[in-house]
Design a protein around this ligand. Structure first.
Ligand code: ZN
Length: 237
């Protein structure tokens, strides 16, 4: 017998449900491992990039395996990505993206939601360039996990490795254990998932004072908050 809890869509409270199905008495085996999870987040955030040639994501994680920063390559805040160039080559370097784009590592560091990123690990899709290596070192990040090293022969990568090695920042290439991480919204049974319960009823069948009816978005938001609390509990936080 296994006791699980789920969140009702309307009352925002926990309800305990007793399940007799032995199939759910053990944890899943196909869950994402931490490295897969963080690297997948890199590639998910990279999908936000407007760069037509290269989309890169970065994810900074502290010793408690909490994500403290996420970023992807893009134009600086307030600088229109419709007005600035995305070209890699031009007769005038001012007309290339290189003059303007902020790399994923920079954005992840600047987006941090903690006081600092000292001692953290940064997961990146592509080995950091020398400019990002400087930021990584100066911010106190101690480890780089990268997926691709396709620019290994570029001077910027060689300089980056020289700096990171001198500063004692550990670098290791991510070794994927699974070939794919797929999120296919077409196959998600949205009404059948306990994580995303049905839209709340317009009127509660339970008599007595009830909270104000919430719209579906509110319900999902509250349930996600509750799930984050559960997740934090799973991590012993
Ligand atoms: Zn860079």
């Amino acid at each position: 017998m296994y006791i699980s809890r789920f969140v009702t869509g309307y009352h925002d409270s926990y309800v305990f449900r007793i399940l007799n199905d032995s199939a759910v008495s053990m944890k899943r085996s196909g869950y994402l491992e931490w490295q897969e999870y963080f690297m997948a987040i890199c590639f998910l955030s990279a999908m936000r990039s407007k760069d037509p040639a290269t989309q890169v994501g970065a994810c900074i994680v502290n010793d408690d395996r909490k994500i403290v920063g996420i970023g992807y390559n893009g134009m600086p805040l307030g600088c229109s990505d419709d007005r600035l160039p995305w070209s890699k080559t031009a007769s005038d370097t001012l007309d290339t993206k290189y003059m303007y784009v902020c790399h994923a590592e920079m954005n992840a560091i600047m987006n941090k939601n903690s006081a600092d990123v000292k001692g953290c690990t940064i997961y990146v899709a592509l080995f950091p360039c020398n400019e990002c290596a400087k930021l990584i070192i100066q911010s106190g990040i101690r480890k780089v996990v990268y997926a691709s090293d396709k620019h290994a022969s570029k001077k910027s990568t060689i300089a980056s490795k020289r700096l990171l090695e001198m500063a004692g920042v550990e670098c290791c290439q991510y070794e994927p254990k699974r070939r794919q991480v797929v999120i296919d919204f077409d196959v998600i049974d949205r009404s059948g998932l306990s994580q995303l319960p049905d839209s709340p009823p317009r009127q509660s069948p339970v008599p007595g004072p009830q909270p104000e009816p919430a719209d579906c978005a509110d319900s999902v938001r509250r349930n996600l908050s509750a799930l984050m609390v559960e997740q934090a509990g799973d991590q012993g936080l």
